[in-house]
Design a protein around this ligand. Structure first.
Ligand code: PEP
Ligand code: MN
Length: 338
């Protein structure tokens, strides 16, 4: 159950509600959304009368939410969540298009890509400075130097920056440079990290773990939301496939309408990591938009064959520009803009 307090509720009214339900054996969790307090109830207390709770001073609404995820659920917030990053509204009519290299490799590589994707219509720049690589012997990222290059590219293009953070102790540093903190698939259930980005009060791009159910993903989002950080975008990036001869993962297109029904949070599709094959990225991207995604994240590189990571799935700069033309047409067909 969630009790939503009136925006004008006083601290003593909030304390009073908490005392009332704790006296009935419930544990409480407080969070706030734009200054409005929410009290989540956990555990197994005595039955509560929703009507009576709703009458307590300062209470706006009391609702029973049967799903495991509460703050992420449509039952909690029926309207789509939108939030502002720079001049861009995530979750609105216009699709968020996040484009850039898998890894930041050099100043030249990043700036050339940033200018080209901006020109083609991207709304965010991506680039990894800390890379979660399957092998410890693979390139691990440029670290803080990579973050500095991302900030320079933002200055040069005006594109807000999305970059991955891999450990709780790096959240503060990455937040100095980045507009959006990316949680990678491999870290979706790193709860210390989720708590840290929740506290950072920065927009988060939360990628679905490769073997995570939709409920696992929503419960991971719940960790971030429970800190009062409501600026969370979910990302479908493909799930582990038994047939990895022709594709890196299976793009779970089913996840898109299903998540849009279950949650109010914006949803981004990642065709690059899903299929992992450059020539097919466009088809999967268009499928994501057709299914109702609020945006795309696409890997782009000036010379994909020389990329230090994920070259086989990275589009060239002209390929990205061509993709954007088709994304625009598809967006229009489903009542969106790009
Ligand atoms: C990435 O975005 O480059 C990345 C590592 O993605 P994922 O966490 O989805 O594998
Ligand atoms: Mn990548």
């Amino acid at each position: 159950m969630i009790i939503v307090m009136h925006p004008e509720a006083t601290p003593s009214e909030i304390d009073n509600v908490v005392a009332e339900v704790e006296a009935k054996g419930w544990q409480t969790h407080r969070s706030s959304d734009h200054g409005q307090t929410m009290i989540g109830l956990q555990g197994k207390g005595q039955p509560l009368d929703l009507f009576q709770l709703g009458q307590l001073p300062g209470v706006l609404d009391a609702m029973a939410i049967t799903q495991k995820f509460k703050l992420a659920s449509r039952a909690f917030r029926p309207e789509n969540t939108t939030f502002q990053i720079g001049d861009f509204t995530v979750g609105g009519k216009q699709l968020a298009v996040i484009a850039g290299p898998c890894s930041v490799e050099s100043r030249e590589q990043l700036l050339e890509t940033a200018h080209a994707v901006k020109e083609a219509g991207a709304t965010f720049l991506r680039g990894g400075a800390y890379k979660p690589r399957t092998s410890p012997y693979s390139f691990q990222g440029m670290g803080e130097q990579g973050l500095q290059l991302l900030a320079e590219a933002r200055e040069a293009t005006g594109l807000p920056v999305v970059t991955e953070v891999m450990s709780p102790d790096k959240v503060k540093l990455v937040a100095v440079y980045a507009d959006v903190l990316q949680i990678g698939a491999r870290n979706m259930q790193n709860y210390d990290l989720l708590n840290a980005v929740g506290e950072a009060q920065r927009p988060v791009l939360l990628k679905r773990g490769m073997s995570a159910t939709l409920e696992d993903l929503l419960m991971a989002a719940e960790y971030i939301l429970s800190h009062g950080n409501n600026q969370v975008m979910l990302c479908e990036r493909g799930i582990r496939t038994f047939d990895n001869k022709y594709a890196r993962n299976t793009f779970d297109v089913n996840a898109i309408p299903t998540l849009k029904e279950l949650t109010h949070l914006p949803l981004i599709a990642d065709p690059s990591h899903a299929i992992g094959v450059r020539r097919h990225v466009k088809s999967v991207a268009l499928a994501g938009v057709a299914a109702g995604a609020d945006g795309l994240i696409i890997e782009v590189h000036p010379n994909p064959d020389a990329a230090v990571s994920d070259g086989p799935q990275s589009l060239t700069l002209p390929q990205f520009a061509e993709l954007m033309q088709q994304v625009r047409a598809m967006a229009q067909a489903v009542g969106r803009e790009a």
